[in-house]
Design a binder for this molecule. Structure first.
Ligand SMILES: [Zn+2]
Length: 464
């Protein structure tokens, strides 16, 4: 007779967004099939979780693996980036498929699928990136929604790179996608005004160094763009998701819009919570921390933590876009030429657990909500991920609340020779990570397999 369970996670404190209970979790194949006190062993493999927390796998909905950007390619590919994910407790990542300038949206999607398929170690999804809205793009978007891509990113900056969407394109895309329950994701920074400041501080490069990156992007550069994107969303009745929100002003604007009933969600990232723009003042290393938008100030950290707690900021993701010190050195003293981006997927959950939960800003349940349940709901994965219940994928992590380690890039799986959190003591790294029932991390070491991860089609209409 077949065993009732392949694996049982025994005796842990099972934590979801809504509750904590001591229970066993029975797993059959890729799925959770039972949650109960004292499930009989009956030949199943036992994962002992006594004294530990068992959480749903985290979902990082914002990564850029092997992305050609700033004259180079981000150094974490679909292999190293998803190993790093697993070790940090992330069992699903969502990357991006950029519209091909000649061949269109769908060709970009197919190419990205080919790049990912044989390398990914955890499950993944893709957002589309729209660089030119047209009737053709719209019809391809419709086809992609049907194939599991219900979210489309547009950039309000990067005009020179040819990626920028103007207001007309944003409005049209919001209006079009609303009929299908899809969402528009925006990188909200106000390019024309930003350029005024970049030109101003480039004239003072000797004096400002890497800090010129911060000086050239005052908070209103983001705030104005968020306000404008919300205006188009409110008028079109579409749905907006603001990626990597970095300012306190942004949180205020989003809160006010949500109170008026506008369909807008906001995401922030650990670097905007844990670090502040003093990092750019370091003469040797300051430029390593450059990302767009840049890390802001302590008061922004505080406001974003508050937003996560109160709900106007719905998700934590990382915007992982890893560059090594050698790649960062391409800046040659000019802050405009820094490859913009940071490693992050491996430290996402540990940083939120360490600085959110352990610092008593919110409960562990709420941290699970921010890093797993809300991302699953908003991004259309809630039918199988982001929660612990029978029928869901067995994406689970086991953490020992006593285990902590000082972050050392040499020990991490991310393909990077530095870490923005080097030397920082963090809790929350998983002893065990399961992705669809398979153990991919044991004793906080990666034991999974390249190519194991699967593309997970997402559903439109996701909401909180
Ligand atoms: Zn990004």
């Amino acid at each position: 007779m077949a065993k009732a369970f392949d694996k049982i996670i025994k005796g842990g404190q099972v934590v979801t967004a809504d509750k904590t209970q001591v229970a066993d979790i029975g797993i059959q194949g890729e799925k959770i099939v039972k949650i109960a006190k004292n499930i009989p062993v009956d030949g199943a493999e036992i994962i002992d979780a006594k004294g530990k927390f068992v959480l749903p796998g985290m979902i990082d909905v914002h990564v850029h693996l092997q992305l050609p950007f700033c004259g180079t390619v981000s150094s974490d590919d679909f292999d190293s980036g998803t190993r790093a994910a697993a070790r940090g407790g992330v069992t699903t990542v969502i990357d991006y498929a950029t519209q091909d300038k000649e061949k269109g949206m769908y060709a970009g999607f197919e190419r990205r699928m080919d790049e990912a398929r044989d390398k990914v170690c955890v499950d993944y999804g893709l957002h589309g990136i729209v660089i030119k809205w047209s009737d053709q793009a719209a019809s391809e978007v419709k086809k992609m929604i049907d194939e599991g891509v219900p979210t489309y990113k547009m950039f309000m900056i990067y005009e020179k790179e040819g990626w920028q969407s103007d207001d007309a394109a944003m409005y049209a895309a919001l209006e079009y996608t609303k009929d299908y329950g899809a969402k528009i994701l925006v990188h909200a920074e106000s390019e024309r005004v930003l350029n005024v400041f970049i030109e101003r501080y480039v004239k003072q490069l000797d004096k400002v160094g890497a800090y010129g990156h911060a000086l050239s992007r005052p908070n209103f550069v983001e705030a104005e763009a968020i306000q404008r994107a919300i205006t188009w969303t409110e008028a079109s009745k579409g749905t907006l998701y603001i990626v990597h929100m970095s300012t306190g002003e942004g949180a205020d604007i989003v809160k006010a819009a949500q109170e008026r009933g506008v369909h807008v969600y906001a995401e922030t990232c650990p670097q905007y919570l844990v670090l502040n723009d003093d990092v750019f003042k370091d003469k040797e290393k300051g430029h390593w921390y450059a990302t767009c938008p840049q890390i802001k100030k302590k008061k922004d950290n505080d406001r974003l933590w508050e937003g996560l707690k109160n709900g106007e900021v719905s998700t934590v993701a990382t915007d992982t876009c890893t560059f090594t010190t050698k790649q960062k050195a391409m800046w040659g003293g000019d802050f405009r030429r820094i490859p913009f981006g940071l490693p992050g997927v491996e430290t996402m959950w540990p940083s939120i657990y360490s600085f959110g939960v352990r610092k008593k800003r919110f409960s562990i349940n709420h941290a699970v909500r921010l890093c797993s349940t809300n991302p699953a709901k908003i991004m259309g994965l809630a039918h199988r991920k982001g929660d612990i219940k029978p029928g869901h994928d067995a994406d689970l992590i086991v953490i020992d609340p006593k285990f902590h380690k000082k972050i050392d890039y040499k020990e991490l799986d991310t393909n990077c020779d530095w870490s923005p959190f080097q030397g920082v003591d963090m809790y929350g790294f998983p002893d065990v990570t399961l992705c669809r029932g398979s153990v991919v991390v044991r004793d906080n070491k990666f034991v999974g397999r390249k190519g194991y991860g699967r593309f997970i089609p997402r559903k439109p209409g996701g909401k909180l």
